[in-house]
Ligand binder design. Structure first.
Ligand SMILES: Nc1nc2c(ncn2[C@@H]2O[C@H](COP(=O)(O)OP(=O)(O)OP(=O)(O)O)[C@@H](O)[C@H]2O)c(=O)[nH]1
Ligand SMILES: [Mg+2]
Length: 261
């Protein structure tokens, strides 16, 4: 009786077909979370175009929640509606991909929705997708960040051009066609004529925002101890420059050091 009851109600975990997919041990990787249908969401929120600092603040809040969750990322790079979360050799959840993606997407979506309600005063059910990108060594981690920053810069330029033309009365299909034909230099010139210098927009819009832990020394009665503070850097250099590379290398060293102590 007992056995047939079990048989009828058992649907084996062997059918959880993807649960064994894991990040290889001791490999650094990014989880990239991207806001789902954010164009529609930003319209609903009546967010400033092309960029709204309040929206970026909600993303930064979500990134900080990941840091405080105990998952211990090395850094998080926020660009447009993306969170790029770097993990070191100690992957959370033993590197189980389904678990990492689903927990991160769930956490970021819920913190972001609550932040949006507080900042914009509107209910919004938001969602993020999440994927894993392997970056086995420091060179690849920096290469990956260079790529996301370059992508942000392209989207930034297009967004400024798009909304400038829309404000002038062009329809969205016409604008898309017009932008497709323009070379980068022509796009810069077009905006410059309208009083928009793409090199002078707020730095965070062009280069993104980085969240990481920085050490500081605290003097106690008989000893000095190292403490860590969570930094949000809205004034980033280009990652391809010496200054940018040095900043990233420093953050990676700090996170390695933190893991050891
Ligand atoms: N107005 C406004 N829109 C923003 C801002 N940040 C991001 N967005 C919007 O978010 C979009 C992000 O690009 P995508 O991720 O390609 O577009 P999406 O609508 O989220 O589409 P999926 O990710 O495929 O679901 C941009 O195209 C903008 O429309 C902002 O600060 N202000
Ligand atoms: Mg998106």
């Amino acid at each position: 009786m007992q056995e047939s009851y079990l048989n009828e109600t058992y649907y084996g975990s062997e059918n959880e077909a993807f649960s064994s997919i894991q990040v290889p041990p001791n490999i650094h990787f990014f989880a990239r979370l991207d806001g789902w249908k954010f164009r529609k969401l930003t319209n609903k929120l009546n967010a400033e175009k092309p960029f709204d600092r309040r929206l970026a603040q909600c993303l930064v809040k979500s990134a900080k929640a990941v840091f405080r969750s105990g998952m211990n990322p090395s850094l998080i790079y926020v660009a447009s509606d993306e969170l790029n979360i770097l993990f070191g050799a100690n992957a959370p959840f033993r590197g189980r991909v389904e678990k990492i993606n689903s927990v991160l997407a769930g956490m970021v979506s819920s913190v972001f929705s609550i932040a949006v309600k507080a900042v914009f005063g509107k209910d919004a059910i938001t969602a993020f997708d999440s994927r894993i990108i392997l970056t086995p060594d420091e060179e690849n981690m920096i290469k990956y960040l260079n790529w996301r920053q370059a992508d942000l810069w392209r989207n930034h330029n297009n967004a400024y051009a798009y909304w400038m033309l829309r404000k002038k009365g062009y329809g969205s299909a016409d604008v898309a066609k017009k932008l497709q034909k323009l070379k980068t230099k022509e796009l810069h010139q077009l905006l410059f004529q309208e009083g928009i210098n793409l090199a002078k927009t707020p730095t965070w819009q062009r280069r993104g925002i980085l969240i990481y832990r920085e050490p500081y020394v605290k003097q106690m009665i008989n000893q000095k101890i190292v403490r860590w503070k969570l930094i949000e850097n809205w004034d980033l250099p280009l990652f391809t420059t010496e200054k940018g590379k040095n900043l990233l290398t420093q953050i990676l060293q700090w996170s390695q050091f933190r893991r050891k102590i």
